[in-house]
Design a protein around this ligand. Sequence first.
Ligand SMILES: [Fe+2]
Length: 313
Amino acid sequence: MSPSNAFGSVLRRVSAAAATVSAITAGSTRTLSRRTLITTSYETTVRRYINISTLCPLHQTAILSQGANMEQRKPFTADFFFRQLFDEQSHTYSYLLADIASKEAILIDPVLEQATRDAKLIEELGFTLKFALNTHMHADHVTGTGYLKQLLPGTLSVISKNSGAKADRHLVDNETVKFGRHELRALCTPGHTNGCMTFVVEEQGCAFTGDTLLIRGCGRTDFQEGDSRTLYRSVHDRIFTLPDNFRLFPAHDYKGNMETTVAEEKRYNPRLTKDIEAFVELMGNLNLPYPKMIDKAVPANRECGLFDIPKES
Ligand SMILES: [Fe+2]
């Protein structure tokens, strides 16, 4: 069917549906058949799409999905526990993952002020916290790893070797961290800081990108060891090469978004869809204010992966 014929067909169906709606409004429900209801619902849907397409709405949805390279969702396995947690002060997401069978858990990017909340949740769920990991040495909040080691004895702190921070365990590129039968793989994704890592759980089709890649954004590159050219390469070489349907979970969001996918960011990230020179120029001209917490957070985070830091009262 040619586009003009398709458009005519849509208009005829919309007109028929409109006539049916008129009849119902006039009190004539005699013709209210199953087909009519479908047609009326069809009219609503067509109106939503008619400005951008002459194709039927289902076909339109399919095309939009193809545009973002959406592939089938990969569900979590039944024995994989996932919980996204939020700190409203620093807009930080922490992630509690666990093997439901063995009860071994890990916590990614915990926040000091939320450590008692997290410890309580872990105890309520009957989990044993094996590792408290940081994707990088944060500048906007103090990590909860030190305090969690005090609250949940036996917990080990983990961060990348390149971070320069103290911890019980230091990760190098492609090293794996196991919890029960599950494991994550740590990829070096520097650029926001030298020690930034992205944690990938292949089997579950998800990755935790820290500040390297945010939803429709990325971490700033104008402090610590920030380097925009390096960050661009990290995202394109290590994160955008993951399968399109992988779900991505960042360390922060400031607009209420909770997760994204590789396909979405490859298509819609306003920064990382630029070429590298345009990206470097953009990142060099953000003129962001000096981070409020950096003078407190970075020195503490350099140490507290290893030492207990009780919450201030
Ligand atoms: Fe950061």
